[in-house]
Design a protein around this ligand. Sequence first.
Ligand code: MN
Length: 169
Amino acid sequence: MMTDDEPIFVIQKHDARTLHYDFRLEVDGVLKSWAVPKGPSTNPRERRLAVAVEDHPLDYANFEGRIPDGEYGAGAVLVWDRGTYRNLRAEDDEPVSMAEALQDGHVAVWLEGEKLRGGYALIRTGKGDDNRWLLIKMRDDEADADQDVTAAQPESVLTGRTLEEIAHE
Ligand code: MN
């Protein structure tokens, strides 16, 4: 169930210069964002590169459509999944804030989306100015090594459209 006091997540499929999935978490009034070239997996053995990119405003979570030619990120965008999340990080039974988790380079969240559910970890692997992280499904009852969720469910959770339909309208 979505309630107003739970932070949101959104994953936007974006056909810019290269196809990728923008994974975004609401933290302290903005959308913390990573570009995931292969998109999320439900298989805990799959480690998906996630490149930290600039924060986006909260209302961008509902954006679906075409970014015009000549603008940054030009190309079609669809809302591939959305929902709420819970922060799973704790140390010595004390909760670790999302801000601290981001600083640590170790984020763990429970997603309640329409396509994705369960625990996901984001682990920073890059050092210094290197923005590389890994997005990894945690081992829980929602893990599923046998499905390819991005291939099986390519369409928008807002409108049911595909990227091709958005690109050509
Ligand atoms: Mn993007």
